[in-house]
Design a protein around this ligand. Structure first.
Ligand code: C5P
Length: 311
């Protein structure tokens, strides 16, 4: 991290835009609740080709704006992870976060695809460039981990195993392109509410410590969609289905249309469908849209790169 001297020399001119991907969890193994309320995870993240773009420009004071179909659902106050990222970075360097953060939002909001985390990671990288701070990736990842469990992965992209709260990452090899469809449901699901439902549903059970599935890691590394489909799991899925039973119909619709596998994305309510190729993905998306069970269906591929300055 640069010291006070570098901070004093901060020049903020022009604008910086960062592109940052959404994620799907190909494995989300959840342990019992910890004393701090969080859950230990074995969380296999895969970045997918839906992106938000974060543009930062110098301003008199911190301000957040957002554009896109779901923009009205995005908080524009200091609870926004992008605002919190700018504040956290500025505090470390003893400067004021005088920046206008504009979010061009394409990632579903409150959908279990880490859209808020993406904006946090994107704003952090963008402000670091705007303020010429030159932070290392390790320094940025440390701030990301303070902002939220999924934020470090949004910075890194690709694929990674997250342990602890999901914030301690080991990058993973991905040996090919995977084709996905995402069915975006009406309304969001609160992540804490889904974890609370997980706790309720597993109260009488002996929840085993979470561990990554070697067969799933091998399938990712081989780029083998059929093998990956056979190993996809999400321990939060029963909780998401309990809170939103209609998701079961969406999952069944995609499977009937030829998806290799279907699962809830993270804490939901977005559902994810792995397909064998681009053509099959288009057919699954068409069936999902025709069913009327979802607000929209998005076709994309993975892995996607992590947060990147694009201008
Ligand atoms: O870390 P983040 O702020 O994204 O977490 C949001 C909420 O999700 C937490 O307040 C907690 O309820 C739940 N959570 C959890 N265990 C994790 C990650 C998140 O219980 N490993």
């Amino acid at each position: 991290m640069s010291g006070g001297e570098a901070a004093a020399g901060v020049r903020a001119e022009g604008a910086v835009t960062v592109r940052v991907p959404a994620k799907v969890n190909v494995q989300l193994a959840v342990g019992a609740a910890r004393p701090d309320g969080f859950h230990d995870l074995a969380n296999v993240f895969l970045a997918v080709g839906l992106h938000d773009e974060i543009t930062v420009t110098p301003a008199d004071e911190l301000r957040v704006t957002c554009a896109g179909p779901d923009a009205h659902q995005v908080p524009l106050d200091a609870t926004n992870l992008a605002a919190r990222a700018a504040i956290a970075l500025a505090e470390r360097h003893g400067i004021e976060p005088r920046v206008h953060i504009h979010i061009d939002k394409d990632i579903p909001v409150a959908g279990g695809m880490a859209g808020g985390s993406a904006d946090g990671a994107g704003a952090l990288l963008a402000c670091d460039a705007l303020w010429s701070l030159g932070s290392t990736e390790a320094e940025l990842l440390a701030i990301c981990a303070e902002l939220g469990s999924d934020v470090p992965f949004s910075l890194l992209g690709g694929a990674a195993l997250g342990v602890g709260r999901g914030e301690r990452l080991t990058p993973l090899d991905v040996g090919g392109t995977f084709h996905w469809v995402f069915a975006v449901a009406d309304g969001g699901l609160s992540t804490p509410a889904v974890y609370a439902e997980f706790d309720r549903l597993t109260a009488a059970a002996d929840v085993p410590p979470p561990a990554a599935d070697p067969a799933l890691l091998a399938a990712l590394s081989a780029g083998d969609a059929t093998a990956l489909a056979a190993t996809l799991t999400n321990d939060l899925q029963p909780a998401a289905l309990s809170l939103r039973p209609s998701l079961a119909t969406t999952l069944a619709t995609g499977t009937a249309a030829g998806a290799l596998a279907a699962l809830v994305s993270g804490s939901g309510p977005t559902t994810a469908f792995l397909t064998k190729d681009e053509e099959s993905a288009a057919a699954v998306a068409e069936a999902l849209l025709a069913s009327g069970n979802c607000r929209t269906a998005r076709v994309t591929s993975a892995p996607a790169a992590g947060a990147r300055v694009i201008s």
